[in-house]
Design a protein around this ligand. Structure first.
Ligand code: FAD
Length: 457
């Protein structure tokens, strides 16, 4: 009798799961294992919205395994210790897991490999499970990673992809293994009211529905704040409840400019991962230092608080921040405008904003969050690092009827059309009655401050 263990981490699915298929096809019995490791919380990765979504994903994974004759084994504790205990108890010869690329994940993998090998067992780490193209597979001449997106996308697009794998029909789990309860969503406090439901079943349903309803219009519609027709797949991709490789295959099969534009966005995930894999310190340090001396002190702290509360006096920024608080998710254009406002208009350290996003985002992810923040702050991969987005003009452009702002900033619900984007001025007496704050800063003065700080004046 041969036994294997599959360690699930950020790959909480049964479809298109190379480690699971290798384990199930290669041995008589398999232990599907998830370890709830307190080190993940200590490293600052846990947040209520992600814990609740994780709970949904684990419940769904367990249900899917039960339909196939198996179950999920859940352990609480140090990953290496728990995997080794399960391996010994089940007398498994091999452990399979997905490659992951953060410094945390790589250190975890190294510890596990060392412990398993010392015990005479083998660890198989499978590539292209959490990414489409593994970091390091495409590199420019003379460097270990791409620092500019477009040439990366060109190379990435030409890479051969493996075909998506079907979910295993049956999973035979050895008897007698102790398992803790998967965490339940109801046990998590502080969850955003409008948080989406997690799990592979829901993720696959969304992917299918979105491809048939919205993919064709994605090229033109993805920036429409009120339309809200992007895929909303980011949390499912973050937890691996949906396979990015399968999403690329299905979008390409559908074809057309909308589906291709969606594939391009999926490439951004891999782009950021290959940057972080090569430069792990970019999670906290400027990728391209600009000698910024971010504002500090009481006034800066008050501005940060107003930004977090969605009370900057710039309606589209406030709408994005309130959507983030309510759903644990915000539209990409909203994230861009809120982030640009913090880092460039208020000239506050991007790390403060990134921390707040990570506290709330259900898709909050070290590579995507920190490197998107760096991109917006002009310390990352943006080829136009000193541009400042004007929230009034951007609001009028991407929310031309003002519907997005009215949805999230009810104080302004009585204002018609695009007028909602105008910041309050003394002549707008009507807004005083709406209890909406006056703008924190004057945009022209703020832009001049930023240009000075970056030595552009
Ligand atoms: P769609 O438009 O449907 O795109 C499909 C998928 O492509 C997304 O689900 C996502 O996986 C990927 N994608 C799209 N845009 C980007 C991008 N700019 N960078 C990386 N991947 C992308 N995305 C996260 O997944 N986690 C984060 O923590 C995160 N933080 C962000 C912080 C800031 C300041 C900004 C500007 C963007 C951030 N993003 C993050 C990227 C992007 O906003 C979200 O991926 C997107 O809004 C998710 O919505 P969607 O699934 O409907 O995207």
């Amino acid at each position: 009798m041969t036994v294997s263990v599959v360690l699930f981490t950020s790959d909480l699915r049964l479809h298109d799961h190379p480690p699971l298929r290798a384990a199930v096809d290669g041995t008589d019995e398999t232990v599907p294992l998830f370890v709830r490791d307190p080190a993940v919380d200590r490293a600052g990765f846990a947040a209520p919205n992600r814990l609740a979504f994780l709970a949904d994903c684990l419940t769904d994974l367990d249900a899917g395994l039960r339909e196939r004759g198996g179950r999920l084994v859940v352990r609480h504790g140090d990953t290496t210790a728990e995997v080794c205990a399960v391996v010994r108890r089940s007398d498994a010869d091999e452990v399979h897991m997905a490659a992951d690329h953060s410094a945390f994940a790589r250190a975890r993998e190294a510890r596990l490999r060392h412990a398993l090998e010392a015990d005479g067992r083998r660890l198989y780490v499978h590539d292209a499970v959490t990414t489409v193209v593994p970091p390091g597979d495409v590199t420019p001449q003379g460097s270990d990673h791409f620092a500019v997106f477009t040439p990366y996308f060109r190379r990435w697009s030409g890479e051969p992809l493996r075909s998506p794998l079907a979910a295993p029909r049956t999973v035979r789990v050895p008897a007698g293994l102790r398992s803790g309860e998967p965490p339940s969503r109801a046990s998590v406090a502080g969850v955003s009211e409008g948080l989406a439901r997690g799990g592979e079943t829901e993720g696959r349903r969304r992917l299918g529905a979105w491809l048939s309803r919205h993919a064709d219009a994605y090229g033109t519609g993805h920036d429409d704040l009120a339309g809200d027709t992007t895929s909303r797949l980011s949390p499912y991709l973050h937890f691996g409840a949906v396979s990015a490789t399968e999403a690329v295959h299905r979008a390409r099969r559908r074809g057309g400019p909308g589906a291709e534009a969606f594939v391009r966005q999926l490439c951004w995930r891999d782009f950021h991962r290959q940057m972080l894999a090569a430069r792990p310190r970019a999670a906290t340090e400027d990728y391209r230092p600009r000698q910024d001396r971010w504002r500090r002190g009481e006034e800066a702290e008050a501005d940060l608080r107003a930004w977090k509360e969605g009370r900057t006096g710039y309606p589209v920024v406030d709408a994005a921040m309130r959507q983030l608080a309510h759903e644990g998710w915000a539209h990409n254009r909203g994230r861009l405008l809120a982030a640009s406002f913090l880092a460039k208009t208020l000239y506050l350290d991007w790390r403060e904003g990134a921390r707040h996003f990570l506290d709330l985002l259900v898709d909050g992810d070290v590579a995507n969050n920190q490197l998107n923040w760096q991109w917006v702050a002009g310390t990352g991969a943006d080829t136009r690092p000193h541009r400042v987005l004007n929230p009034v003009l951007q609001g009028k452009r991407y929310d031309p009827d003002g519907a997005y702002v009215r949805r999230w900033v009810p104080e302004l619900a009585g204002l018609p059309g695009a007028a909602v984007h105008e910041p309050w001025k003394p002549k707008h007496r009507d807004r005083v009655a709406y209890d909406y704050p006056a703008p924190l800063v004057d945009l022209a003065e703020a832009a001049a401050r930023f240009r000075r700080a970056r030595g552009r004046e």
